[in-house]
Every structure is written in structure tokens, then in C-alpha cells.
Design a binder for this molecule. Structure first.
Ligand SMILES: C[S@@+](CC[C@H](N)C(=O)[O-])C[C@H]1O[C@@H](n2cnc3c(N)ncnc32)[C@H](O)[C@@H]1O
Length: 240
């Protein structure tokens, strides 16, 4: 707890991200990732392999942009930096300790727009990724299901969830260059015996077709859940 509090106080971060809880979440994810290292390893390896295979398929690339970079646990930063002139990593928050090669920059921004809009009281842009358009590869990494979580806490609008996932998928579809989406397709909440308590069809509600590749990610495995529910995800890969 003391380490988490110290990290919270000393990490530079945009005002909206700190106020709304993105920094707190990012720190919590870092600690959960440590506790669940072995459970998350196959998911992280699969995600890295999918990103690399896209980068190789489309290379040489003038630019690669990664949305939802986080701690880069599932992003092969070094390998990607050799496959492009410029690699741009984007997340709401950049925690300390992420080492970047020379041609890599890390931007802190709201990739979808609703969080900053709610914080500032202004309307969200319909084209939040306009600055990153071009012939380069854009990859959304394990982000889609996360996008509405914090905005939902700040709004009574029951249509917000749907609007956010649709806008993100649409802004990826609008990208002129190649686009890869890696995201929770279905999220399962399970009781201690593995019975399904809740099934969330995230890809279907975002209007996505069946994914081209899929694997299971135990996000909250039994040892992490304790007496609470376990959470698992069927992660999908789409070329948009
Ligand atoms: C499941 S994590 C992705 C894992 C990450 N690739 C890693 O290796 O650590 C989801 C990420 O989405 C980011 N995120 C959520 N909403 C965001 C937004 N509106 N704009 C930018 N990043 C956002 C979170 O900060 C978090 O780092």
C-alpha cells in the first residue's frame, strides 16, 4: 500500500487521468500483473506474436502506433522499434520504469475522447485518432473493453458504453493504413466452481464479426479472486 501511494504521488500524469482514476487503475494493474505473472504469460505472448506478425506482414512501415500500451507487458517494443521509422505508444497514463529505444515516443492521451470530454464538460471529438492517420500500422491492444469503465462511473448516460465501443471501432476502421484490433471478445464472470455468473459479448455489441484468432486469458484467476468471482476473457484478433 505504501509503495502504491508513493507511486501515485510521484508519477507525472495528465490532470484528467489522475482525477478520474486512470492512474490508480494503472498502478493496480501493475501489481496484479506481478501477482498473476504466470497466468497472464500465454496471453501476453499471444498478443506480442499477433502484433509482430501484423508488423512483418505490412512492413516496411513508416510508423507504428500502439493504443493502450500501458506497461508494454504485451507489446514487443524492442522488436517493433526495428520494423519502423517511428513507434508511438499511447495510453492514458505512463508509469515509471518503461525503457524506450531512440525512435519510440510515449504519449499520454485519451484515445477515445469521452473521458476528457466528461472531465472538461465539453463534447467528445468524433475523430479522436485523426492525428495518427496515415499509411502506418495502428494497433489497439487489449483496450476496447476498458474504454467505457471509468467514463461510466462519471456519467448516468446508459447509452455511453455502447457509444464508446462503437466510436473506437469506427475510428480504427477509418484509419487509412493497416489496422489490428486485439480485444476481449467475450468476458466471463465465474463462481468458485466455474459456473457462469455473467457473460458479456463485447465484440458482438461493438458490431464486430467473428475474430480471426482467439485465446483464453484468466484475468482474475482463482488465487487472485479469493472468495470472489473469477474473470476470464476470450481475447480476439481482428484485421480491420
Ligand atoms: C488491459 S490494459 C492494456 C495492457 C497493456 N497493453 C500492458 O501491457 O500493460 C488497458 C489499458 O488501457 C488504458 N486506457 C483505458 N482507457 C483509456 C483511454 N481512454 N485512453 C487511453 N488509454 C486508456 C489503461 O490505462 C490501460 O493501460
Amino acid at each position: 500500500m505504501i509503495l502504491e501511494a508513493l507511486e501515485y504521488l510521484t508519477t507525472p500524469c495528465p490532470r484528467w487521468a489522475r482525477d478520474m482514476g486512470y492512474l490508480t487503475e494503472a498502478i493496480a494493474i501493475r501489481h496484479r500483473a506481478r501477482r498473476c505473472r504466470a497466468d497472464w504469460q500465454p496471453h501476453q505472448a499471444n498478443t506480442k506474436a499477433a502484433i509482430l506478425s501484423a508488423a512483418h506482414a505490412y512492413g516496411p512501415l513508416p510508423e507504428i502506433t500502439i493504443l493502450g500500451a500501458g506497461l508494454c507487458l504485451d507489446v514487443p517494443v524492442d522488436e517493433l522499434s526495428h520494423l519502423t521509422d517511428r513507434l508511438t505508444l499511447i495510453d492514458a497514463v505512463r508509469l515509471r520504469g518503461i525503457r524506450l529505444p531512440k525512435n519510440v515516443r510515449y504519449l499520454c492521451m485519451d484515445v477515445e475522447g469521452s473521458a476528457v470530454a466528461l472531465h472538461s464538460g465539453k463534447l467528445a471529438s468524433e475523430t479522436p485518432l485523426a492525428d495518427f492517420d496515415g499509411p502506418g500500422l495502428i494497433v489497439s491492444v487489449n483496450l476496447l473493453s476498458q474504454l467505457p469503465l471509468i467514463p461510466n462511473r462519471w456519467s448516468d448516460d446508459t447509452a455511453l458504453n455502447q457509444r464508446i465501443v462503437h466510436r473506437h471501432v469506427q475510428s480504427l476502421r477509418d484509419h487509412k493504413g493497416p489496422t489490428l484490433l486485439i480485444a476481449d471478445a467475450v468476458r466471463w464472470t465465474l463462481d468458485m466452481k466455474g459456473a457462469v455468473l455473467l457473460q458479456e459479448d463485447i465484440a458482438q455489441s461493438a458490431g464486430l464479426p467473428s475474430p480471426e484468432q482467439t485465446w483464453r486469458w484468466p484475468i482474475i484467476p482463482a488465487h487472485e479472486a479469493g472468495k470472489g468471482p473469477r474473470i476470464e476473457s476470450d481475447v480476439g484478433v481482428w484485421w480491420l
